[in-house]
Design a protein. Structure first.
Length: 224
């Protein structure tokens, strides 16, 4: 693979990062080569920000828009996939946390280990809403709280014996935390709306649409 391909693949897999981290993730050396390649691409932007990987304030490389990322993924898949079945499956894009934030989702803390259990670093709102679990900038799960986000998220701490989804996801959260990575939470709280005088529930509609479109890896069989 060319240096261009290695760099783009690293950005698709890991998300935005500085030249130093991108050099490590893509295995493109020296760092100046990464700098030159990124500055030459029209589908990337470079701005001073906190690097999500090393947490240092540096020049961070990212795709200029979610449409540009989608084009890159689709073009890459089209050149490497031959069968119709594979082409269909390749249309499922990875959902990145930065795109949800750009679309109106808000950061709401992260999961932390707490003496063999888990806890949230901050209290979620008590209103209804959609929540996303994020690992390494990738949205791995989309869920919904039809009444109370705080109550729904706290169910993961002490799931009942019959709550198979909560039990399964708690185990995944602990596994990720014990590996040294973080599990961040994003939330959105759309207000109820209407269509031609009929009520519309944007909360459940948003959750369903995101799962249907992106099929996050922790959403078992596309269902939250």
């Amino acid at each position: 693979m060319t240096n261009h391909q290695l760099i783009i693949d690293a950005l698709i897999k890991t998300g935005p990062m500085c030249d130093d981290c991108l050099s490590v993730q893509s295995n493109v050396k020296p760092r100046q080569t990464v700098n030159i390649n990124c500055r030459s691409r029209s589908d990337l932007t470079r701005s001073k920000d906190q690097c999500p990987v090393c947490r240092s304030t540096k020049i961070v490389n990212r795709f200029s828009s979610k449409d540009e990322l989608s084009k890159v993924i689709e073009n890459r898949a089209a050149t490497s996939i031959s069968s119709p079945e594979q082409r269909v499956s390749s249309q499922i894009n990875i959902l990145r946390s930065e795109f949800l934030v750009e679309s109106g989702f808000k950061e709401s803390g992260e999961w932390l280990l707490n003496e063999g259990n888990i806890r949230l670093s901050s209290e979620p709102p008590t209103s209804s809403g959609v929540y996303a679990k994020v690992v390494n900038s990738e949205v791995v799960y989309i869920g919904v709280a039809t009444k109370n986000l705080k109550q729904r998220l706290n169910f993961y701490r002490n799931p009942g014996n019959s709550q198979s989804t909560n039990i399964r996801l708690k185990a995944k959260i602990i596994e990720v935390l014990e590996s040294g990575m973080s599990v961040e939470i994003l939330i959105a709280m759309p207000k109820p709306g209407s269509w031609n005088g009929l009520p519309v529930d944007y909360v459940t509609g948003l959750e369903f649409a995101l799962i249907e479109r992106y099929q996050p890896t922790w959403n078992k069989k596309g269902v939250s």
